[in-house]
Design a protein around this ligand. Structure first.
Ligand code: FRU
Length: 490
């Protein structure tokens, strides 16, 4: 499989994609499957984003790196495929990794997956590799690959699970954090340093008991006075993560020592309590904002897109700005999205009895701002994509103090492979006395809900069969302090 073959295949097959559920303002591949965001970086003053990409099917296959760039993190331009699994050391896929600009060149550091026999996991290996580019478009793998082989991992680490390098520069050294799994099945992060990107030394590691089997896609950065380690953990127990997904993304806050590469976490939180969010990666903008983007989907799920033969699956979340507030990471939709707001509609101070329907708003690509007064002791259903009895339901429950998503009563259902009827997500909240504020981004088949200025975020895919609208239903009257709707038009 080569880059040229992939690019030719894309040109021939891009018009075979069914547009019915395609998003309008989220990054997608032109055709085929995508998963993790990779190499999220700034190169020559433009944002570049790569992604795990298998153009040939709407299911995962030996991954390539797809590529887009943007001036504002909202409108993205498609570029040719950057990497294909065309070497012995990455024949099983060019797995996730990151990017860094050095001088005028753009370097990609990624994991070569070597899996000569699917039925014999003993033969599997994961190694770290480099590719570079002089123009940010055409990449060449370097001659010294792999730059970190399985000889350079601690003895307690499985050679089959050693992947997803995130690289950055601090002082005059390069640092990399790499996800892994210990031989006794604990998620683990390995810390490496290098002077030249070619020779790497393992300096330290971090693992925690009973916190998932494999840690994938780590990222380290500092925000305000805190150092943050983000990781995506497979099979993390719900009582530890608060996540009802079997794979969950956690942010650990603590202190990172750049000499010893010792990361001491003292606190952690779940990043998204919806259904579809995984493998986030961050960058720092020129004006100092920390922006995160994630895969807006999840492993171990069936996809209606695949079953319906739509020839594509997978997208990125809206980029989110991370803010440290009350020692918690808040996430806000990237502010540049506001430049694409059109056709606003506003309602102030409406008392809602029984049901309030906005039938003229046919849901497609929008932002909503909804502010409610005191919700204690009351329950409000916000139905999105409502049509007859079908709806994607967001419940603000001021009796049980929970925010609930229910996607089990709409359209093509998204089935979990190992949890039948897995259609509900819950986020406990302490009090609704002061009301609640919601920023909701809808984009054809996705919903991202930012609660109370990003204290919690819930992300979900949805595949409605019919055109729907938005409606509100209450048991006791509720004051809708403010309702705003914008269309998002790129
Ligand atoms: C996370 C992940 C990574 C790996 C990639 C393979 O979603 O499993 O650990 O590099 O996907 O596509």
């Amino acid at each position: 499989m080569t880059v040229n073959e992939a690019n030719q295949y894309i040109q021939k097959n891009r018009n075979k994609v069914n547009n019915m559920f395609r998003h309008n303002y989220h990054v997608m591949a032109p055709v085929g499957w995508i998963n993790d965001p990779n190499g999220f970086c700034i190169y020559n003053n433009e944002y570049h984003l790569f992604y795990q990409f298998y153009p040939y099917d709407s299911e995962w296959g030996p991954v390539h790196w797809g590529h887009v760039k943007s001036k504002d993190l909202v409108k993205w331009e498609e570029l040719p495929v950057a990497l294909a699994p065309d070497q012995e050391y990455d024949a099983g896929g060019c797995f996730s990794g990151s990017a860094i600009q050095i001088g005028s060149e753009l370097y990609l550091m990624y994991t070569g997956n070597i899996e000569p026999d699917k039925n014999d996991q003993e033969k599997k290996r994961q190694v770290q590799c480099l590719a570079k580019s002089a123009d940010g478009i055409k990449f060449e793998k370097i001659g010294n690959n792999p730059v970190i082989s399985c000889d350079e991992i601690p003895v307690n680490t499985r050679v089959q699970d050693f992947r997803d390098p995130k690289i950055w520069k601090f002082g005059d050294k390069f640092y990399a954090v790499i996800g892994s799994r210990t031989k006794d099945d604990k998620g683990q992060i390995l810390f490496y340093t290098s002077e030249d990107l070619i020779k790497w030394k393992n300096i330290n590691s971090l693992s925690i008991d009973d916190f998932g089997l494999v840690w994938e896609c780590p990222d380290v950065f500092s925000l305000e006075e805190r150092d943050v380690l983000i990781l995506s953990s497979q099979y993390i127990p719900e009582e530890k993560s608060g996540s009802q997904n079997i794979y969950a993304c956690i942010a650990m806050m603590g202190k990172f020592n750049y000499e010893t590469c010792d990361f001491k976490p003292d606190k952690y939180q779940l990043l998204d309590c919806g259904f579809d969010f995984y493998a986030p990666q961050t960058l720092k903008t020129a004006d100092g904002r920390r922006i995160l983007i994630a895969w807006m989907d999840m492993w171990q799920r069936k996809s209606p897109l695949h079953e319906l033969g739509h020839n594509w699956r997978g997208a990125m979340t809206l980029p989110r700005e991370l803010i440290m507030k009350n020692d918690r990471l808040y996430q806000l939709p990237v502010r540049e999205i506001r430049n694409y707001r059109k056709n606003d509609e506003v309602i102030y101070g409406l008392e809602v009895f029984d049901e309030f329907q906005l039938k003229h708003i046919k849901l497609k690509s929008h932002e909503f701002y909804i502010e409610l007064d005191d919700m204690e002791g009351k329950v409000l259903n916000i139905d999105l994509f409502r049509c007859d009895d079908e709806a994607f339901r967001l419940i603000i429950d001021g009796i049980k103090h929970e925010i609930i998503l229910d996607r089990g009563r709409i359209g093509y259902l998204i089935e979990s492979l190992n949890r039948p009827g897995d259609y509900i997500r819950r986020q406990p909240v302490t009090s609704l006395r002061d009301g609640i504020r919601l920023n909701i981004f809808v984009d054809v088949s996705s919903i991202e809900i930012f609660i109370n200025d990003g204290e919690y975020v819930m992300t979900s895919l949805v595949y409605p069969k019919k055109e729907g609208y938005i409606s509100f239903r209450v048991d006791r009257p509720v004051i809708l302090k403010e309702f705003k709707k914008w269309d998002i038009c790129l």
